[in-house]
Design a protein around this ligand. Structure first.
Ligand SMILES: NC(=O)c1ccc[n+]([C@@H]2O[C@H](COP(=O)([O-])OP(=O)(O)OC[C@H]3O[C@@H](n4cnc5c(N)ncnc54)[C@H](OP(=O)(O)O)[C@@H]3O)[C@@H](O)[C@H]2O)c1
Length: 349
């Protein structure tokens, strides 16, 4: 095991990314040291760099999504051994950040990768899947229960409509798949229409053009649901242009899940107090979310093996960690459609 490793560093608030070195950490009790073979990029990574959000200690290492090989097993860990291929959700506090060659994972929220899924594909799962799962089920925001990966959860919401704004987003793709597992039907997604075949393959029954006017969108949803109340709406985009129609589509008594801060007009909300709007904190490591995260990660290998959960399509970046800044620029410019950008830290020049 090397003492030092390559990492993508953010040297200061709103600074420029630079590939540097940092120490390879030692796993503590309950942890694994994982050699990161693939890490996926998320919008929060560019937002932190551009807007100077969240982080006060520098140099910082970001990145939340990782898959690779277990190198060392911490005290008390059972069920994992060196050489296992695993996927886990990191977070942007070192040594659990993933834009580096080795990181620590919490073993209770780490899953083995089944043979039908590549390491690159597995790296697309953690943050997107957590945000969809924790937005909808159990201890998470909407609190629907039981979750579809738990006993009695399959098909629990059979016949109830589900609407997702941004069905092609990483989070949206996982929300569609979990809604399908939970039995929701119809599953209506907004997206660029070129993404219709992908979204239908994940479980969407109807894909509506993301450029429809709010009135036309509402009319289409009403036509599809034949007036059945839409009790759950997931807005995986959560910009003002999606939050307002998402709120309008929601039935009284229903829940709208937002992935970004609520910007819905206060008067509009006051006029419909029976509509619930909730945020989501998509981190299975968080104390409040940990139990739900453990239950999800315990079932994840089987869900992947059966094809009930499919990773996002992968767009592989060149040059390992050095390729990440270019990928983050593409995200910032809204040039990423229905794929997850993935880097291989071990291939850093
Ligand atoms: N609260 C949390 O814990 C949490 C966690 C994770 C992510 N987030 C936030 O959730 C958002 C989504 O993250 P992500 O990783 O899923 O993003 P992403 O995959 O990078 O999103 C790109 C997709 O967004 C879709 N999109 C953009 N504008 C749209 C619109 N007006 N209508 C419909 N679709 C639209 C595009 O769809 P088309 O290609 O079909 O046009 C594109 O495929 C980000 O803002 C992120 O910061 C929050």
């Amino acid at each position: 095991m090397p003492a030092q490793q390559k990492a993508l560093l953010l040297p200061k608030k709103q600074g420029d990314w630079v590939v540097g070195t940092t120490e390879v950490p030692k796993p503590g009790p309950g942890q694994l040291l994982v050699k990161i073979e693939a890490t996926a990029l998320n919008p929060v990574d560019w937002k932190i760099q551009v807007y100077g959000l969240f982080i006060e200690n520098f140099p910082a290492i970001l990145g939340s999504d990782a898959a690779g090989t277990v190198e060392e097993v911490g005290e008390g860990v059972t069920g994992f051994a060196p050489g296992d291929k695993v996927v886990f959700q990191g977070f942007f506090v070192n040594p659990q950040a993933t834009f580096q060659q080795y990181a620590l994972s919490n073993a209770d929220v780490t899953a083995k990768i089944p043979g039908n899924i590549t390491v690159d594909q597995a790296s697309t799962l953690p943050l997107g899947l957590a945000t969809a799962a924790l937005g909808l089920f159990d201890a998470g925001s909407a609190g629907l229960s039981p979750a579809p990966w738990e006993a009695g959860g399959r098909g629990k919401f059979s016949g109830k409509p589900f609407v997702v704004f941004g069905g092609a987003a990483s989070v949206g793709q996982y929300a569609i798949q979990l809604a399908k597992l939970a039995g929701f039907s119809p599953i209506i997604a907004t997206a660029s229409l070129k993404n219709t075949p992908l979204l239908e393959s994940l479980g969407a029954t109807h894909v509506l053009d993301r450029n429809l006017s709010p009135d036309a969108l509402l009319a289409e949803v009403n036509k599809i649901t034949a007036g059945a109340p839409v009790e759950v709406v997931y807005d995986a985009v959560s910009i003002p242009e999606t939050q307002t129609p998402a709120f309008d589509v929601l039935a009284p008594g229903g829940t709208l899940v937002l992935v970004l801060p609520d910007q819905i007009d206060a008067a509009k909300k006051a006029a419909a107090p029976e509509k619930k709007v909730v945020g989501v904190f998509g981190n299975v490591n968080a104390p409040d979310m940990r139990k739900t995260g453990q239950s999800l990660y315990a079932k994840l290998p089987a869900l992947l093996e059966s094809g009930e959960i499919k990773p996002n399509p992968v767009d592989l970046l060149p040059d390992g960690l050095a390729g990440i800044p270019g990928g983050l620029k593409r995200m910032e410019r809204n040039e990423v459609s229905a794929v997850k950008l993935v880097a291989r830290p071990q291939e850093t020049p």
